[in-house]
Design a protein around this ligand. Structure first.
Ligand SMILES: Nc1ncnc2c1ncn2[C@@H]1O[C@H](COP(=O)(O)OP(=O)(O)OP(=O)(O)O)[C@@H](O)[C@H]1O
Length: 249
């Protein structure tokens, strides 16, 4: 492990305490994440590792999509000078409001017919008034350069436009933390770069799971996951070198 402290610090933090994730199988329980304790306070955290190593499970713990079988997952938020602590089990709805999640395949996320309707849907709780919701949705599309696609069917958008819209929909609610699980995997180089640039420029704390080591290298801290364990936690360059070493052995 290497010393941290080269990157910027977020106003939020993610706290895993003795977290274990296991799942039942036909004969026994299988452990997907072995006991893990982490305090993630960096602005941008990347998570790398081989297929099936447990990266998505780790990412999904952060917004409560996966519940810990043991231990706790907490979110610390700065709110008006005070700290607010949320627990993913106890405070599920509040955690989901404060931790946005972007999936690999935006089609899994875009469920309304048009771009503006999709953003409006994610604003239904924060903006009860229809006109205010519409205005906020337009502003969100404009922020991401998608306003010209407002009334287009989401099915006609390109892969890059869909992923950008998925990110816009999630960010429209202004979550404190954004978790993205392989957000560039399905994109060509230009769109992968565009989404990567966007994620790395957000004011929110960002946790990105990725096989794109160039993207991972732009984080402030990188976790390497192998066989359900964090096997390296430190500076991105050192973490990527560690991952490359394990692959070439
Ligand atoms: N609910 C579940 N029941 C049983 N096994 C599971 C469950 N969820 C995940 N697993 C297993 O746990 C392991 C880790 O899965 P996970 O999706 O977290 O890996 P990953 O590192 O994100 O993989 P990839 O890079 O391929 O997306 C895999 O072997 C997967 O099959």
């Amino acid at each position: 492990m290497t010393a941290l402290g080269t990157g910027s610090i977020a106003s939020s933090s993610i706290e895993l305490r003795n977290v274990v994730v296991s799942a039942p199988t036909a004969n026994d329980d299988v452990t997907i994440l072995h006991p893990t304790s982490l305090s993630l306070g960096e602005h941008r955290v990347s998570v790398i590792g081989g297929n099936g190593s447990g990266k998505s499970t780790l990412a999904r713990l952060v917004n409560g999509l996966v519940a810990p079988s043991a231990g706790t997952v907490g979110i610390e938020l700065a709110e008006g000078g005070a700290r607010r602590s949320l627990d993913t089990r106890r405070d599920g709805a509040a955690v989901r409001r404060n931790v946005g999640f972007v999936f690999t395949d935006p089609s899994a996320q875009l469920i309304m017919p048009t771009a503006i309707e999709d953003v409006s849907l994610s604003l239904r709780r924060s903006h009860r008034d229809r006109a205010a919701r519409q205005a906020a949705a337009s502003a969100a599309l404009e922020r991401f350069g998608l306003q010209h696609l407002a009334d287009h069917s989401v099915h006609t958008l390109s892969g890059g436009q869909k992923q950008l819209l998925a990110v816009a929909s999630v960010l429209a609610t202004d979550p404190a933390i954004l978790v993205a699980d392989e957000p560039t995997t399905l994109l060509d180089l230009r769109n992968a770069r565009m989404i990567g640039d966007l994620l790395m420029s957000l004011p929110q704390q960002v946790v990105v799971v990725t096989h794109d080591l160039d993207l991972a290298a732009r984080a402030d801290r990188t976790l390497v996951v192998d066989d359900g364990r964090i096997v390296f936690d430190g500076h991105p360059a050192a973490a990527i070198a560690h991952y490359r070493d394990t692959v070439s052995q």
